[in-house]
Design a protein around this ligand. Structure first.
Ligand SMILES: NC(=O)c1ccc[n+]([C@@H]2O[C@H](COP(=O)([O-])OP(=O)(O)OC[C@H]3O[C@@H](n4cnc5c(N)ncnc54)[C@H](OP(=O)(O)O)[C@@H]3O)[C@@H](O)[C@H]2O)c1
Length: 406
């Protein structure tokens, strides 16, 4: 019996809110609140038509902690799911610790003026959540999120010791545009145009953007060019799997995407500082967001599949072991079910499952936590029931699906 307050009304929110409504025995009441209330109402109508469940909607400025506190108290919410933007993580965490309700998000805090994410400021709120006798669950999307749970499952059930992890994120969907980003363009382009980083033998190694890449043979998709990026789950996994010798993250990009991004970067359109244009101050990357297709609109036209997974190498019973755990999602099937494509779906479904783990008390603790700090099994079981089934390939220790370096 939980009343969930969901903040944000983009593509990820739509998937998460639809899935909460499909689990109305757990989420007995749903309030969807965001900056633009009409977007919440549109999602509410979709849910009423498709699932037959009524949800409440509200307008909220998630940057205003006091306003969120008031909303939580007025509607008597039991937990808060943040699927707005990473900029709102800290204010929403404060609103939750002040009202003593659990907080769940899908993305690491970023300051709007600095294209950099790290857990420091969110982990620093551990004491606030402990004092409030409640918890914050960080990064309950796919990556971070399910990828952390795959690693936790491997650590808890498949290996005695984990040594190497490669996280591989492939979106082979085709939306037919020359250039579009598959989630919030500002957040996406800040992440992709930043320097790469990975962890090896106790040290973080920085790379130029897209410096390391290879063609990888993704199960049920085939070979795709994949490039090393820094990604937020690396920070917490290095902390929580201390036997790790190396962990890296790769994402697929087509040549058209990379060429457009380089060109936009070269002309200054990815700048995150203010520039003056005809007497008006604008931030180029925010103006670019206005020009690009709304990621939520890509679902209807995107065809193809995603494959996100982890290749994990380590020791079991004194012998080397290597497994590949992954999920494959079809954009059109996601769209038929929730009205959004696979990128929003693969984030929104785990956001609902993380909220379910907390609402049912299956994951219960006091303080601030990452996904891999809990028993992975109940989450893995829900993935199979809620539309994100996973598969495991047992690989020979020296086997690889790497086709060629690029
Ligand atoms: N872990 C993962 O696997 C993963 C993958 C993809 C995305 N994500 C994360 O998921 C989140 C949502 O992504 P998305 O693609 O759905 O983004 P989106 O389409 O841009 O939606 C964001 C929503 O948040 C609302 N919002 C922004 N600032 C707000 C504020 N101050 N107060 C209230 N509402 C506010 C926006 O309102 P308006 O409609 O008024 O603009 C919009 O409805 C992001 O944090 C993203 O980084 C995680």
């Amino acid at each position: 019996m939980s009343h969930i307050l969901i903040i944000g009304a983009g593509g990820v929110s739509q998937a998460a809110t639809v899935k909460c409504a499909m689990n109305s025995q757990v989420f007995t009441k749903i309030t969807l609140a965001s900056r633009t209330k009409s977007k919440c109402d549109k999602i509410a109508k979709f849910i009423k038509d498709k699932v037959g469940v009524d949800i409440d909607t509200a307008a909220i400025d998630a940057d205003d902690t006091a306003a969120v506190v008031e909303l939580i108290k007025n509607i008597k919410a039991d937990l808060l799911l943040n699927v707005a933007l990473p900029y709102q993580d800290l204010t929403l965490m404060d609103a939750c610790s002040q009202t003593k309700i659990p907080y769940i998000d899908t993305a690491n805090y970023e300051h709007p003026d600095t294209a950099k994410f790290e857990y420091k400021l969110q982990w620093a709120k551990d004491g606030d959540f402990k004092s409030a006798n409640t918890m914050a669950l960080l990064g309950s999307g796919f990556d971070p999120g399910v990828t952390n749970v795959y690693c936790a499952y491997a650590k808890q059930y498949l290996f005695d010791e984990i040594e190497y992890i490669d996280i591989l994120d492939c979106n082979a969907g085709d939306h037919g545009y020359a250039f579009a980003t598959n989630f919030n363009p500002e957040i996406n382009l800040r992440e992709v145009s930043a320097k790469g980083r990975y962890y090896k033998d106790g040290k973080w190694i920085e790379t130029e953007p897209m410096e390391i890449g290879f063609s990888w043979d993704y199960p049920k998709i085939g070979p795709k060019d994949s490039y090393l990026l820094y990604h937020e789950e690396l920070e917490s996994l290095v902390k929580n799997i201390p036997t790790l010798k190396q962990i890296r993250f790769f994402m697929t990009f087509g040549q058209s995407y990379l060429t457009h991004m380089k060109c936009l970067e070269n002309v200054g359109m990815l700048r995150i500082d203010e520039v003056e244009h005809n007497g008006v101050k604008i931030v180029p990357i925010q103006f670019l967001k206005t020009l690009l297709p709304d990621p939520a609109s890509l679902g209807a036209r995107t065809k193809g599949k995603t494959n996100i997974g982890c290749v994990i190498t380590g020791i079991k019973d004194n012998k080397p072991r290597k497994v590949y755990i992954y999920n494959v999602c079809d954009h059109q099937e996601c769209y038929q079910e929730t009205g959004v494509g696979a990128v929003s779906y693969t984030t929104g479904v785990p956001a609902m499952i993380g909220s379910m783990m907390v609402a049912k008390g299956i994951w219960s603790a006091k303080g601030v936590f990452n996904m891999e700090e809990f028993d992975a099994k109940p989450f893995m079981d829900e993935l199979n029931k809620q539309g994100l089934p996973w598969e495991i390939i047992e690989m020979a220790p020296n086997e690889t699906r790497l086709i060629k370096e690029i």
